[in-house]
Each structure stands twice: as structure tokens, then as C-alpha cells.
Design a protein around this ligand. Structure first.
Ligand code: SAJ
Length: 429
């Protein structure tokens, strides 16, 4: 494949995709409006963390196949991988997509292929990208080809999943889809399924919405279990032995830039028919407050009025360094609103500009009346409670991810509780 690719947006998706193509022998030019990120990448430095990215970036730059700048260049293929966040009122912000598309218009030449990778509300290709691309003097489907090829990779395993996951590719015309498939075949070993652009847009948003609704269901079950003397984690484990049941796990809320965001695209698109989807979003967004209230009642139970809480985990999920939409941060804010003093520790987060001071594990837990685990980092699962210097009598522990070994913590003298555990040993009265 001798095509030259220009990738617009060098974040969590654009950069790994760029180095994958470059290391497969394709000439790739990466573009980002963030000048600092561009300079770092040009110097083989990472502005994001991802397993395996550093060595792949080194190889891509050293081979001469990967160059970067802040403006697009002429190319045979353009891949747009810029953010599609939501506004404070939960409506989609498609300005980055529109601007990125507009930025390539002066460079697009006959025969070019333009691919959108970002997750977007259905009809974005049609209503946001195509009007910009029509400003060229080219005809879409004849001498300008456009498609949607949404990424489906999970942070932490991006390279493995870029290669092995199936892809859904939606073309504005069937030929657009075929050309896109031929391009991704450069490194994709999973199947590439072809459809139209709007279907591909809906499929991607549906996948993340399925997960959000399923997690909301698990969170609702967790609250119910607390009232009837059942450990929901055990109940879900049993239910999932059924061959057609796959209930997700409860927790302190849903974070990240995908699952907590994409369902809102469907709510905005068709509010009357997105009732369950909307309610699930609200249920998951309500979990941090639920955890904070639970913490408050645990402190009340101990008769503590000026309670101190240690939060273990700031990242939005285990073993990543990503704080985006993290429920841990919302738990901290909700605790502070209740007048509770909070300290925190996260082994994966180096710098925090958040509402809590980032401390060592020892400093975060030393004075705590209650320790809340909010992120399922492997480090926490392996933590030995005997090594912690804490108050006497020992603080309460609230495990919102079913991560800690109850026996170990109880043997070390801690009073252990779990979110969604109403079983006689877990129940709080
Ligand atoms: N979570 C739960 N319970 C669960 C699973 C997850 O509370 O049973 C929470 C996590 O703790 C986290 C949040 O949900 O706060 C989201 O984490 P995640 O691992 O489910 O998803 P992301 O956001 O890292 O990645 C998702 C993936 N989508 C699906 O699995 C359907 C990924 O494949 C997508 O590429 C990515 O969104 C994206 O970019 O859209």
C-alpha cells in the first residue's frame, strides 16, 4: 500500500493509529492543533500514556515514515480522530469535527478518501462533514470518498485491540466503504464489516450505551441487594453462569470519555424514545452521591462528627492514568459538600489539579476514620492491610469495586463493607 495518510488529531486514538500505519510501511503525517503535543511527538516524547506506545513511536519516527505538524498536508487518505465531547447541558459538541474537516478542505485532491474515526451522534458524517467537504470542487462518491470507521479499542490494550478487534466501516457509498476496508486491512486482523455511514455511527454509540445501561442495571441491583440481605457481587456471579446473561458490575459511577458521554448523543437525538438510556445515565451519575451518603452514614454509625476519609484511586478505572469524568473525583466533591475532610492516593496519577491533595498511601490513610476504595487498581488488590499505619481502633473500609480481600482486611482489624452488600456480615446495623 503506497498511500500517504494524514491523520488529524493525535490523541488516544489518532496517535496509536498513526504509528500502526507508519510501522506497517505507510507514509503518515500527523496533525494536531496542540503545538506542545506536536513538538513532543516529533521528539519521540509521549503526551499520553499507553502500553507499547513509546517503542512504537520511536520506531515510527526513526523509520522516517511518521512526520507531524500543526497543519494538514496533501495526502491520499485523511483520518479524522478528534474529540466529540458533550457540552455542560449534555448536547454534543461537534465543533472539533467540523473544524478538523474544514482544515483538510484546501488540501483534498481528486480520488482522496476521508475517514472519520471519532465516536459521533448518528448523522454527523451527513450533517457536519459532508457540507464542509462539498466546499471542494469534488463529487462525493465519484472522486471524493467518505466513510466512518469508529475506533473500538479499550485504553490500556489499544494496540492489541487495534489489530484484533472487528471493525464496522460505514461508507457514504459502498465504494467508500470498500476503499476504507482495503486501507485498514494494512494492520487489522479482525473482520471488517461493511455498512453505510449512519448505521456505523449508530452501532458505535449503541455499543457504549449498552454498557452504560447494563452498569446502571447493576447499580440498581446493588442498591436493592443492600435492602434484602444479599451480596450483589455473588448474586451477579451466579446469574452470569446462565449462558445468555451478562450483567456488568456495580461501582461508584461510570467514568471515561466514552461510556459516560455517548448515551447522551441518543438522548439528544430522540429524547422521547431514549427513556431507559436517559434514566441509566442519571442512575450512574447518581452513584458518587450514593457512595458519599453511605460514607456519611458509616461515620454517623461510629459517632464521628468531624470524619476524615481516605480515597484510594482517582483514575476513572483500574490500571490507567486517566482522570477524565472520573467518578472518584465526584465522590470526593460529594464528601466535601457533606463537610467531610478528604485525602487521596493514586499510584497511577502523577499530577493532580483536583479538589484533594495527592498524597502517599501512608499520608492519605494515617488519620482516616474511613477508607473508600473507588478505583480497582491492581496495586490496591495486592495491598497488605497489615502494612498500613492507621488510627486505633482501625478505620472502616468501604470497597466500591469488590476489589479487596475481605478476610485479609478483617483479620488485620478493619471493619470491612462493600457496596451492594446487604449480607448479614456486610450489613451496617
Ligand atoms: N464500569 C463499571 N462496571 C462495569 C464495567 C465498567 O462500573 O462492569 C465503569 C468503569 O469503572 C469505568 C467506566 O465504567 O468508570 C467505563 O470503563 P470501560 O472499561 O467500560 O470503558 P472505556 O470507557 O475505557 O472504553 C469503552 C469501550 N467500549 C465498550 O466496551 C463497549 C471501548 O471498547 C471503546 O472503544 C471506548 O469506550 C470508546 O472510546 O468509545
Amino acid at each position: 500500500m503506497n498511500n500517504k495518510i494524514c491523520i488529524v488529531g493525535l490523541g488516544y486514538i489518532g496517535l496509536p493509529t498513526a504509528v500502526m500505519f507508519a510501522n506497517s510501511g505507510v507514509k503518515v503525517h500527523g496533525v494536531d492543533i496542540n503545538e506542545k503535543a506536536v513538538n513532543m511527538i516529533a521528539n519521540k516524547q509521549l503526551h499520553i500514556e499507553e502500553t507499547g506506545l513509546q517503542e512504537r513511536l520511536d520506531q515510527a519516527i526513526d523509520s522516517g515514515n511518521f512526520t507531524v505538524s500543526t497543519t494538514p498536508v496533501e495526502a491520499d487518505v485523511y483520518i479524522v480522530a478528534v474529540p466529540s465531547p458533550i457540552n455542560p447541558d449534555n448536547t454534543a459538541n461537534l465543533e472539533y469535527i467540523r473544524r478538523a474537516t474544514a482544515s483538510i478542505v484546501p488540501y483534498v485532491k481528486p480520488g482522496a478518501l476521508v475517514i472519520l474515526e471519532s465516536t459521533v451522534p448518528p448523522k454527523t458524517v451527513e450533517n457536519v462533514m459532508l457540507p464542509e467537504l462539498r466546499k471542494t470542487d469534488l463529487t462525493i462518491g465519484e472522486n471524493l470518498f467518505v466513510s466512518h470507521s469508529p475506533e473500538r479499542v479499550i485504553p490500556g490494550k489499544i494496540f492489541e485491540e487495534l489489530v484484533n478487534n472487528d471493525r464496522i466501516v460505514g461508507g457514504v457509498t459502498p465504494e467508500c466503504a470498500e476503499k476504507t476496508k482495503a486501507l485498514y486491512k494494512t494492520f487489522v486482523q479482525g473482520e471488517i464489516h461493511l455498512t453505510d455511514a449512519t448505521t456505523a455511527e449508530l452501532v458505535k454509540v449503541m455499543e457504549n450505551t449498552y454498557r452504560d445501561v447494563n452498569i446502571a442495571f447493576a447499580n440498581e441491583l446493588a442498591k436493592i441487594a443492600e435492602t434484602i440481605g444479599v451480596d450483589i457481587w455473588e448474586a451477579i456471579r451466579f446469574a452470569n453462569f446462565h449462558p445468555r446473561v451478562n450483567i456488568h458490575m456495580p461501582g461508584p459511577g461510570v467514568g471515561g470519555h466514552c461510556i459516560a458521554v455517548d448515551p447522551w448523543f441518543l438522548v439528544e437525538l430522540n429524547p422521547e424514545n431514549a427513556e431507559i438510556i436517559h434514566k441509566a445515565r442519571l442512575t450512574n451519575d447518581g452513584m458518587p452521591k450514593f457512595v458519599a451518603q453511605k460514607a456519611q452514614s458509616m461515620l454517623d454509625m461510629k459517632g464521628i462528627t468531624d470524619g476524615k476519609v481516605a480515597i484510594l484511586g482517582l483514575a476513572f478505572k483500574g490500571d490507567v492514568d486517566d482522570l477524565r469524568e472520573s467518578p472518584s473525583i465526584t465522590v470526593i466533591e460529594a464528601l466535601q459538600e457533606l463537610g467531610i475532610e478528604v485525602k487521596s492516593f493514586d499510584p497511577h496519577i502523577k499530577t493532580v489539579q483536583h479538589t484533594t491533595q495527592q498524597l502517599t498511601l501512608e499520608d492519605a490513610t494515617r488519620d482516616a476514620d474511613l477508607i473508600i476504595l473507588t478505583t480497582d487498581h491492581t496495586d490496591f488488590k495486592q495491598l497488605s492491610p497489615n502494612t498500613l499505619t492507621t488510627k486505633e481502633p482501625k478505620p472502616f473500609v468501604l470497597d466500591t469495586k469488590n476489589s479487596l480481600d475481605r478476610n485479609k482486611w478483617e483479620q488485620a482489624g478493619f471493619h470491612y463493607f462493600k457496596l451492594g452488600d446487604g449480607s448479614p456480615v456486610g450489613v451496617m446495623n
